[in-house]
Design a binder for this molecule. Structure first.
Ligand SMILES: Nc1ncnc2c1ncn2[C@@H]1O[C@H](COP(=O)(O)OP(=O)(O)OP(=O)(O)O)[C@@H](O)[C@H]1O
Ligand SMILES: Cc1cn([C@H]2C[C@H](O)[C@@H](COP(=O)(O)O)O2)c(=O)[nH]c1=O
Length: 206
């Protein structure tokens, strides 16, 4: 049996990652690969309660960052590590890269504090593959407006915030090109899906 893989999807709000996670799931299913689709913040009963607070309650920026890691600690203990241990692949809508992009890049918090927190929370675990959906914040904002849904605390942020988040994501991808696959999210859903499937084949075989 091949070792179960941990795949994450990242990008600014509205970049289109949720739409492509379904395609990744279909690709795995077609190959008979057992997987679980999860998300951050969230993925566990406690994590989902923390998500509600994080997306809708005002709080100190360091409280926000630490709650992201608290939800992640629970997620790793209750879902991610047990799934990988029993041979189930994990496909997560966001993981720690999001904290470095949003809380460090976007909010301007100290990266070193969160590197230490990352070492504490998951010293031996990183995703095997991270898809980064890269998109101009102006286009992402238009896409989000088109959904007609009320924006949450993060989605209400301005273009300059998302420009910093995007830059932080791209810097992380540049620092770890083996783990990251950067996808130009301006393409059609079909073109993006084809690129995604090519990468899955290259990394994990057909
Ligand atoms: N390639 C694309 N071209 C045009 N529109 C797209 C594309 N991909 C997704 N969309 C649309 O953009 C909107 C946001 O897509 P989606 O929810 O997948 O983004 P997301 O990155 O998961 O956002 P969030 O992080 O806020 O959940 C949806 O209305 C979706 O239909
Ligand atoms: C994990 C994580 C998430 N966020 C932000 C990013 C998004 O705006 C929301 C999650 O909602 P989505 O449906 O995935 O878009 O939370 C963050 O700021 N920091 C994090 O670590």
């Amino acid at each position: 049996m091949t070792t179960a893989k941990f795949i994450t999807f990242e990008g600014i709000d509205g970049a289109g990652k949720s739409s492509q996670i379904a395609r990744c799931g279909a690709w795995l299913q077609a190959r008979g690969i057992d997987f679980v689709h999860t998300r951050e913040p969230g993925g566990t009963p406690l994590g989902e309660k923390l998500r509600e607070l994080l997306l809708h309650e005002d709080m100190h920026l360091e409280t926000e960052a630490m709650l992201m890691f608290a939800a992640r600690r629970e997620h790793l203990a209750a879902l991610i590590e047990p799934a990988l241990a029993r041979g189930t692949w994990v496909v997560s809508d966001r993981f720690s890269d999001a904290t470095f992009a949003y809380q460090v890049g976007g909010r301007g918090l100290d990266a070193d504090k969160f590197r230490r927190l990352e070492q504490w929370v998951h010293p031996d675990r990183q995703p095997d593959l991270t898809f980064l959906f890269d998109l101009d914040p102006a286009i992402a904002a238009q896409r989000l407006a088109g959904t007609g849904q009320a924006p949450d605390r993060f989605e209400r942020e301005q273009a300059d915030f998302f420009a910093r988040v995007r830059a932080a994501y791209l810097a992380r991808a540049t620092a770890d090109p083996t783990r990251f696959c950067v996808i130009d999210a301006t393409g059609t859903p079909e073109a993006i899906g084809a690129r995604l499937e090519d990468t899955l084949r290259e990394r994990f075989g057909s």
